[in-house]
Design a binder for this molecule. Structure first.
Ligand code: FAD
Length: 447
C-alpha cells in the first residue's frame, strides 16, 4: 500500500473529530514561513510526561495527537509524589490515597529512624495509584483539546530533509488496522523502551530493575501504615538501592530495585518481605510487577523536531528512583518550549529552538540536583557500614529538614553555613565510625 492511500484511508477517522485542512495530502508547510494552519504535534505515550506535554501544546490550539497503547493499564510504580507536584499540576487531594507524614528508615541492623519531625502540619508525601493519576492527567489533556488515540505507535518515519520542514510520519496500530498521521513535531514520552528514541538514534542508558508486589492488608494492619511509609537498606534488600513499603488506599506496594544484581531481584524481594515481617504477613498479594528504571539521561534528547521527555529521556534521580514529577515537569517544559518557539503554534520550529527552550532550561534547573543525588547514592548505598551511617545521619533534624525541603519542593534547599559544616563533619564521623564497627564485626566473625 502506498503512503498516499494509507493516509487517505486514515483521514476520515480523525477528521470526524478534528477540522483538518482540506489540503492535508500535502506535507506540512516549509519553515520558517507562518503556516496557514496551526502546528501539528504527536506525543507518543500517555503517562505523566506525555499528558503534561499534550496539555501544554493543545491549550494554545496546537493540533495535538496523544498516543497511548494501554489506557486501562497501570505503570508498575510506587506512586509517591512530592507536595509541589499537587500544587504545580493542580492535582486534586482526592486523588491522593495516603498523606505520608513519617518515612521510617531501617538500617541493615534494623535500627530505625523516623523522617518527618520537621514537617509542617500541611506538608506530606502524596501516595497515589498510577492508574488513577495517569487517567486524570490524560483526561485533562483531552479537555484542553488533545486528541487521544488509543493505539500502539510502531514507528516514527523521519523526513528526508528535516530543515525544509518535511513531515514526521507516525505509524500506529488501532483496533487491528495500520494507520498513520503526519506531524511537524514529535515528543517521545514513551518510557524506558522508547521507540521514538530508537527512531532518532538517541543512544542507550543503563537501567535498574525494579520489582514490586501489591499486597492487600486487613484493615487493622493497614492502620499502622495510615500515614507512614517504610524504606529498608541493606545487602539483603538491595546491593545498590533500597526496599520500600508504600501505603495506598487499601493495600501496600512492597518492592525493591537493583542495577548491579538483576538476576537476584527475587531474592531481594524475599529480603524486604522478611524485614517487613509480621506487618505485612496477613496480606494477600494481588499484583506482581517489574519494570526497568533509567539510571541517567540518554546521550541524545533532541534531534531535528523530535524531543524526548520523562523516562524516555532518562529523568529519574538515582538515590530515590523518583521519576513521576520529573516526567510531568519535563513534558510540560518541552511542550511550553514548542509553544514559545512556534509563537503559539503559528510557525515551524527547528532543532536549535528545542535545544534552547527545552534542554537548556531543563539542564539549568535540574542537572545539579541529579548530580548531587548521584553522589549521595554512591556514598551511602555502597556498603552496609555506609548504610548504617546514612540511617544514623537521618536522625539529625537539620538533615531531615534539608532533605524534605529538597524533596517536597524540588529545589536544592538553601542551608545555613554553620549547620552545613556540622553536617559534613557528622557525615564523615558517621561514615568512619560505622566502617570501623563494620570492620571489627567482620574480624570477630572470622575468629
Ligand atoms: C517499580 C517502580 C517503582 C517506582 N516508584 C516511583 C515512585 O514511588 N515515585 C516516583 O516518582 N517514581 C517512581 N518510579 C519511576 C516512575 O514510574 C517513572 O519515572 C515514571 O512513570 C515516568 O513517566 P513517563 O510518563 O516518562 O513514562 P511511563 O510512565 O513509563 O509512561 C509511558 C507511557 O507510554 C506508553 N507507551 C509506550 N510505548 C508506546 C507506544 N509505542 N505507543 C503508544 N504508547 C506507548 C506506555 O503504555 C505508558 O503509558 C518507579 C518505577 C518503577 C519501575
Amino acid at each position: 500500500m502506498t503512503t498516499t492511500s494509507l493516509k487517505l484511508n486514515f483521514l476520515p477517522s480523525i477528521s470526524s473529530h478534528l477540522s483538518l485542512p482540506s489540503n492535508n495530502t500535502q506535507p506540512p508547510s516549509n519553515l520558517p514561513i507562518s503556516t496557514p494552519r496551526k502546528l501539528r504535534a504527536a506525543v507518543i505515550g500517555g503517562g505523566p510526561a506525555g499528558s503534561s506535554a499534550a496539555e501544554a501544546l493543545s491549550s494554545v490550539g496546537i493540533e495535538t495527537f496523544l498516543f497511548e497503547r494501554n489506557v486501562s493499564g497501570s505503570k508498575p510504580c510506587g506512586g509517591a509524589i512530592p507536595l509541589c507536584m499537587l500544587h504545580e499540576f493542580n492535582i486534586p487531594r482526592d486523588l491522593v490515597d495516603r498523606e505520608v507524614k513519617r518515612m521510617r528508615i531501617f538500617s541493615p541492623s534494623n535500627l530505625s529512624i523516623d523522617f518527618g519531625k520537621t514537617l509542617l502540619p500541611s506538608e506530606f508525601i502524596a501516595m497515589t495509584r498510577r492508574e488513577v493519576l495517569d487517567s486524570f492527567l490524560r483526561d485533562r489533556a483531552q479537555s484542553s483539546g488533545a486528541q487521544l488515540i488509543c493505539g500502539l505507535v510502531n514507528k516514527v518515519e523521519l523526513p528526508a530533509h528535516v530543515d525544509s520542514g518535511g513531515p514526521y510520519v507516525v505509524h500506529y496500530s488501532l483496533n487491528g488496522s495500520k494507520k498513520l498521521v503526519k506531524v511537524d513535531v514529535v515528543i517521545g514520552a514513551d518510557g524506558v523502551h522508547s521507540r521514538v528514541a530508537k527512531s532518532i538514534n538517541a543512544g542507550n542508558y543503563q537501567c535498574a530493575l525494579a520489582f514490586q508486589e501489591r499486597i492487600r492488608l486487613p484493615e487493622e494492619e493497614m492502620e499502622y501504615y495510615k500515614d507512614l511509609a517504610e524504606m529498608y537498606v541493606g545487602d539483603d534488600v538491595s546491593p545498590d538501592f533500597y526496599g520500600w513499603v508504600f501505603p495506598k488506599c487499601d493495600h501496600v506496594a512492597v518492592g525493591t530495585g537493583t542495577v548491579k544484581s538483576k538476576l537476584d531481584i527475587k531474592r531481594f524481594q524475599y529480603g524486604i518481605r522478611a524485614r517487613a515481617g509480621p506487618k505485612i504477613s496477613g496480606g494477600r498479594v494481588f499484583k506482581v510487577e517489574a519494570h526497568p528504571i533509567p539510571e541517567h539521561p540518554r546521550p541524545v534528547r533532541v534531534r531535528g523536531r523530535v524531543a524526548l521527555v520523562g523516562d524516555a529521556a532518562g529523568y529519574v534521580t538515582k538515590c530515590s528512583g523518583e521519576g513521576i514529577y520529573f516526567a510531568a515537569k519535563s513534558g510540560r517544559v518541552c511542550g511550553e518550549a514548542v509553544v514559545a518557539a512556534s509563537e503559539g503554534g503559528t510557525k515551524m520550529i527547528k532543532e536549535e529552538d528545542l535545544k534552547r527552550e527545552y534542554l537548556k532550561k531543563w539542564d539549568g534547573d535540574y542537572k545539579n540536583m541529579f548530580r548531587f543525588l548521584d553522589l549521595l547514592q554512591n556514598v551511602f548505598y555502597g556498603s552496609n557500614a555506609n548504610r548504617e551511617a546514612l540511617v544514623e545521619l537521618c536522625g539529625d533534624e537539620y538533615v531531615q529538614r534539608m532533605t524534605f525541603d529538597s524533596y517536597l519542593y524540588k529545589k536544592l534547599a538553601k542551608g545555613n553555613p554553620w549547620e552545613d559544616t556540622k553536617m559534613v563533619m557528622n557525615t564523615i564521623g558517621s561514615l568512619a565510625r560505622c566502617n570501623l564497627v563494620g570492620q571489627r564485626m567482620e574480624l570477630l566473625s572470622n575468629v
